[in-house]
Design a protein around this ligand. Structure first.
Ligand code: 5AD
Length: 348
């Protein structure tokens, strides 16, 4: 087996590795390989996106969810979660505010809430796109039928985020109730791509039962699926879930994987996630400096933010909040990057 530096160089040259090689690269990582991959990741992102940081206004439209994912704070069985949903008019107000702040992508994210029929989402998307034709709408509303996805796409939605969560079926089943299936998750992702959405997958780093082999499988899945976006962040326990006492994922490993993913797919839209910012005060900056090129400030109404608690202590103010965009801009410019007012599509 090659040593770690050789594996890192091979990854840079060939833009992928075998599963065993990924496992060795990850388990054997040292400062030298971290720096090597980080500088290549940053070189690639600068070649394609310069020093621009794309921002997305994240609107958390509902924390009502029919699913019971074992790790998630808004899981159906969490009786301590105070539920809410936004009406379309409240969503439009968020968009108005975000537009003023320079956002040109709105992400409508929520639990799998039956209230949001195709009709309601389509109407909401159409209204946003009519008012702001220069903006993209991203949906992140979980698993739906292909017919439903097609309607949302035809209504004008540009992108869809659906993390695959893990590319290993056995691992998937340890994180999800039996009503959910790995096969359907993956089918949804291929349906979305087939319909024409800019499609995003992703996974948690350090989720319960995750092995290095599982991470290698995630990386190979990403290579094969070739997503337009990829969301990864550390797992963070939520006290009202089965995994409330589990340790959080590693920030260092998450940063390393951001660099690896940038190298696997150089033009991918890669966010420095809220979870990363939650676990480390400089998480977002470190994410950008590891190859990420997107941040997603919280644009939800202040009154509901604390209720959309996927995990404990989730950041929702300071530089995390859309209203504090100036703080975010300053923090990005301090590390040599520029928050831009741009729809921020993937560059092909
Ligand atoms: N820690 C970190 N991320 C989480 N998510 C859900 N629960 C947690 C948690 N406890 C992530 C999932 C989901 C996304 C919206 O948030 O990956 O797809």
């Amino acid at each position: 087996m090659k040593n770690n530096i050789e594996l890192a160089k091979k990854l840079i040259c060939e833009k992928t590795l075998s599963k065993d090689e990924f496992v060795s690269l990850i388990d054997g990582r040292c400062e030298e390989t971290e720096e090597l991959l980080k500088s290549e990741a940053v070189r690639l992102r600068k070649e394609i996106y310069g020093n621009s940081v794309y921002i997305r206004g994240l609107i958390e439209i509902s924390n009502i969810c029919k699913n019971d994912c074992l790790y998630c704070g808004i899981r159906k069985s969490n009786k301590n979660c105070e539920r809410y949903r936004l009406a379309p008019d409240e969503i439009y107000e968020c968009c108005d505010e975000g537009y003023e702040l320079g956002m040109r992508t709105f992400v409508l994210q929520g639990g799998e809430d039956g209230f949001y029929s195709d009709k309601i989402i389509c109407e909401t998307v159409k209204n946003i796109k009519n008012k702001y034709p220069d903006c993209a709408v991203t949906l992140s509303l979980g698993e739906r039928s292909k017919e439903s996805y097609k309607k949302l796409y035809d209504a004008g939605a540009d992108r869809y985020l659906l993390r695959h969560e893990t590319a290993n079926k056995e691992h998937y089943e340890k994180l999800h109730p039996k009503e959910m299936s790995y096969e359907n998750r993956i089918k949804c992702l291929y349906d979305l791509k087939d319909i024409g959405f800019q499609t995003g997958c992703g996974f948690m780093v350090g989720s319960p039962f995750q092995t290095t082999e599982n991470i290698a499988e995630d990386l190979l899945f990403i290579k094969e699926f070739s997503p337009d976006m990829c969301g990864i962040g550390p797992f963070i326990p939520h006290c009202d879930t089965v995994f409330g006492d589990n340790p959080p994922g590693s920030v260092n490993l998450c940063l390393f994987l951001l660099s690896v993913i940038r190298i696997l797919k150089p033009n991918v839209l890669l966010p420095a996630t809220t979870a990363l910012g939650t676990l480390h005060p400089q998480g977002r900056e470190m994410g950008i400096l590891s190859g990420a090129n997107v941040v997603m400030p919280n644009l939800s109404p202040k009154s509901v933010r604390k209720k959309y608690a996927l995990y404990d202590n989730k950041l929702c103010d300071g530089a995390e909040s859309a209203q504090s965009i100036e703080i975010l801009k300053k923090r990005m410019s301090d590390i040599g990057y520029e928050v831009v007012t741009d729809v921020g599509h993937i560059k092909k």
